[in-house]
Design a protein around this ligand. Structure first.
Ligand code: UD2
Ligand code: MN
Length: 589
């Protein structure tokens, strides 16, 4: 009897387990904020996630074998035409184990053939614009990697080979930044020796980071143009011609493709939003924001022409090789990851070049929610040192602004030796950061002398306008304009800028916004993506202390509706106390 009871218990237990596994939804682990990290006995950094909402499901670590073996196992047709890959319920647990290794769905990636087809999202006109491509300069493709997966790395390489005119490919240079995986050594060397385009691997024995790794590649490159890609990209038809054509006509242009999205869960190739350019927030984090007015206008005339962008994302761009070195290549005082994209963007713009996006060039990039590798020296120290260097060399007095609101960077700024970079800036007689803000990014939200910067306090309630916290698409928060108890001096949540045009803006390019026309009653005021339209223009009357909407001519006020607590409205100006505001300047220089 005992025997049978045990058997029944075991069967029930197994069924229960299977059932649990089947219920695991692929989205669960990576959305988890409950992650543990440790270094295992082989010195490999492992991340363990927990299923959200169900602590019973602890995900087993990726095993040593999973991490160190090449598990590439292509299935015909998987991911075809950029379609998502579906993992059967029975493999979901395994999938989550593999996910930890590179922080993307490695199991899905390993099932997609290296030469999968992709959709062509270009405008029709793009297909006829580059027929003179044989006259374009040739390029070396440079891909740096650290512990990249076989399938993503080689799909990057094959997408280059399959979708670039061979006449334009000088060579492919892979730079291995001290990867630990066995399959990235001899097996990779053997594999690339069979490729139809000359391909070489450079190795760094020690971890030098992506900036120095790219420099290493650039130094041996023979092509007149350097084209950089991350190690998990997929290029689509026409991508290279559209980049090289810009450089052919202007050697001082640094050109980026439109970056589409390879989904980290499904590996679907997803079209990205077109009307974006690259900029950055007060913490010097790269951000996509809505295109500036001048560029929008230009797009309406011809949406296939390259347009200016204040900064580049960093990973995907082409540049004339001689120009790259003439202009100071990269700052080799920067380590591991981060900041080099802003450094190069500021430098190129301030020293007479331009950074552009070529809309006929589309390349997919695998965007991840977290970084899979270690940061020797610590992630914060590394990143803040790199950003401190950017600020010290290129941002003039706005460096003070950055350091004031980013203390960890401020603390290590003295350790940075940027003498040679400052000399470079002098040698090229580069313009200042103010010129850059005024001319390259007039829509910026940095505190120039011509505008108010500080706290906006309501005198009726003695509370301050606050930046909404909810993040929506493209990382721009938005929401109903609200007041909070006013905080200390250095709290960026309460800092606003009022531009001479009347925009009340804050970090992340969000603006105070109300309807242009109001017939009856109060109308809600929101804080949302700056659009440049009149609905976001305000007038501050220092005498009456009212904040007046430019077009609806009503006053900014606190709603007295019970269902709309603390939300702001525009309503008829009556002179009541809640319509009075103090603009309190905050000093930062
Ligand atoms: C973005 C850029 C990336 C770089 C970075 C800031 C895009 C699409 N990507 O982050 O190119 O500019 O911002 O620095 O614009 N790598 C190394 N050694 C290291 C770390 C990374 O070789 O120590 C490689 C890595 O394998 C990858 C590339 O550098 O091929 C970029 O790293 P990432 O993919 O983690 O950066 P990403 O896309 O988050
Ligand atoms: Mn990347």
């Amino acid at each position: 009897i005992l025997f049978f009871v045990s058997i029944v218990i075991i069967i029930l237990y197994r069924l229960n387990q299977l059932n649990k596994n089947a219920q695991i939804h692929p989205k669960h682990i990576y959305r988890s904020n409950n992650q543990e990290e440790y270094v295992d006995k082989n010195g490999i950094r492992v991340v363990v996630g927990h299923y959200v909402g169900n602590p019973i499901h602890k995900i087993p670590n990726a095993t040593y074998d999973m991490i160190n073996t090449n598990n590439f196992d292509p299935r015909p047709g998987a991911g075809k035409n950029g379609n998502p890959v579906v993992i059967e319920p029975k493999d979901l647990l395994k999938m989550q184990q593999y996910f930890q290794i590179n922080r993307f769905n490695l199991l899905a990636s390993d099932r997609i053939p290296l030469n999968r087809s992709l959709p062509d999202f270009r405008r029709k006109k793009c297909t006829t614009l580059f027929e003179d491509y044989p006259s374009y300069p040739k390029t070396s493709i440079i891909v740096v990697f650290h512990n990249e997966a076989w399938s993503t790395l080689l799909r990057t390489v094959w997408s280059v080979i399959n979708r670039s005119p061979p006449e334009l490919l000088e060579e492919i240079i892979l730079v291995d930044d001290a990867s630990e995986r066995e399959f990235l050594r001899k097996p990779l060397e053997d594999y690339i020796s069979t490729l139809p385009v000359p391909t070489k691997i450079l190795r760094s024995k020690t971890r030098i980071g992506l900036i120095k790794a790219r420099l290493k590649g650039a130094l041996v490159a023979k092509g007149p143009v350097l084209t950089f890609l991350d190690a998990h990209c997929e290029c689509t038809t026409g991508w290279l011609e559209a980049l090289l054509s810009v450089i052919k006509s202007d050697r001082t242009a640094v050109v980026c493709p439109v970056i589409d999205i390879i989904n980290d869960d499904s590996f679907a190739y997803v079209k990205s939003f077109e009307l974006h350019w690259g900029a950055f927030n007060w913490n010097l984090q790269f951000r996509w924001y809505t295109l500036g007015g001048r560029e929008l206008k230009q797009r309406k005339v011809d949406a296939t022409q390259p347009f200016n962008t204040p900064t580049m994302a960093g990973g995907l761009f082409a540049i004339d090789r001689q120009y790259f070195f003439e202009m100071g290549a990269y700052d080799d005082g920067m380590n591991i990851w981060g900041g080099e994209n802003l450094e190069m963007s500021f430098r190129i713009w301030q020293c007479g070049g331009k950074v552009q996006i070529a809309p006929c060039s589309r390349v997919g990039h695998l965007f991840r929610k977290s970084s899979p590798y270690s940061f020797p020296g610590g992630i914060n120290k590394t990143l803040f040192s790199n950003l401190a260097r950017v600020a010290l060399v290129w941002m003039d007095e706005w460096a003070k602004f950055y350091f004031k609101f980013n203390e960890p960077a401020g603390k290590i700024k003295e350790e940075q030796n940027v003498t040679s970079r400052l000399e470079l800036r002098k040698k090229h007689q580069c313009k200042g950061f103010e010129w850059y803000l005024d001319n390259v990014w007039p829509q910026h939200f940095f505190p120039k002398d011509d505008r108010f910067f500080g706290r906006i306090r309501n005198l009726g309630e003695n509370k301050c306008l606050i930046k909404p916290q909810k993040k929506v698409v493209s990382n721009q928060p938005m929401g109903i304009a609200k007041l909070e108890t006013c905080l200390g001096d250095d709290l960026t949540l309460e800092m606003f800028v009022m531009t001479p045009d009347g925009f009340v803006m804050t970090d992340d390019s969000i603006c105070l916004d109300a309807p242009e026309k109001v017939v009856l009653g109060p109308s809600k005021v929101r804080i949302m993506a700056c659009s440049g339209y009149n609905r976001q223009k305000w007038i501050y009357d220092a005498e009456t202390q009212e904040i007046l909407h430019l077009t609806n001519r009503k006053c900014l006020d606190i709603s007295d509706s019970a269902t709309f607590t603390d939300g702001l409205v525009t309503t008829n100006c009556t002179g009541r106390r809640t319509q009075k505001w103090a603009l309190e300047r905050v000093a930062w220089k």
